[in-house]
Design a protein around this ligand. Structure first.
Ligand SMILES: Nc1ncnc2c1ncn2[C@@H]1O[C@H](COP(=O)(O)OP(=O)(O)OP(=O)(O)O)[C@@H](O)[C@H]1O
Ligand SMILES: [Mg+2]
Length: 164
């Protein structure tokens, strides 16, 4: 059973990449945002930041169980997925995006100025990438700037991923 986690700053293209990957590799797509809602994994809602507060340890425990139960290969889509222990993860993909384009994408979502700033900072400091490296994951960085998901995940990339 193979597990690919897709992490990265909000808006950098995780969901598009994860769904495209799942289709091309015939893996099951795990939508963590939906799992958080369905399984009440959120601690509370942060009004100021307009986001759910999730206990990373609790989420990781839940995802480890999901991996253990799964009979199919999995692509896990979440900016928290890189917190999973290395032994359950075969590959960690980090999506990235040019700052100008990320700014545009987040504005389109009508995020507040503060929330946009916070996400841009997190992209500048490569928070997800650094945390993923600290966890010891094997990391591939995919830049989604100005490219459709099928262009980002081209034949060569699929070829490599089929051998993990
Ligand atoms: N490869 C791409 N080329 C152009 N636009 C893209 C690409 N990938 C994503 N986008 C656009 O960027 C926006 C954010 O993409 P997406 O929803 O996949 O990000 P995300 O990382 O999953 O965000 P979140 O963490 O909030 O779930 C979407 O509006 C999408 O259409
Ligand atoms: Mg998403």
């Amino acid at each position: 059973m193979n597990v690919i986690v897709v992490s990265g700053t909000p808006g950098t293209g995780k969901t598009e990449i994860a769904k495209t990957l799942a289709k091309k590799l015939n893996y099951e797509y795990a939508d963590v945002n939906r799992l958080i809602k369905e399984n009440k994994l959120s601690e509370k809602y942060d009004r100021d930041k307009d986001c759910e507060i999730v206990d990373v340890k609790k989420l990781s425990r839940f995802l480890v169980n999901l991996i253990k139960k799964s009979k199919k290969n999995l692509v896990i889509d979440s900016h928290l997925s890189h917190h999973l222990p290395k032994k359950y993860v075969d590959l960690c993909i980090i999506t990235k995006c040019d700052l100008k384009e990320l700014n545009k994408r987040l504005k389109k979502r009508k995020y507040s100025k503060e929330k946009i700033r916070e996400n841009l900072d997190s992209e500048i400091f490569e928070v997800c990438l650094n945390e993923a490296a600290e966890k010891g994951h094997t990391v591939i960085i995919l830049d989604t700037t100005g490219r459709t998901p099928s262009k980002v995940i081209d034949k060569d990339t699929i070829e490599i991923l089929q051998h993990i």
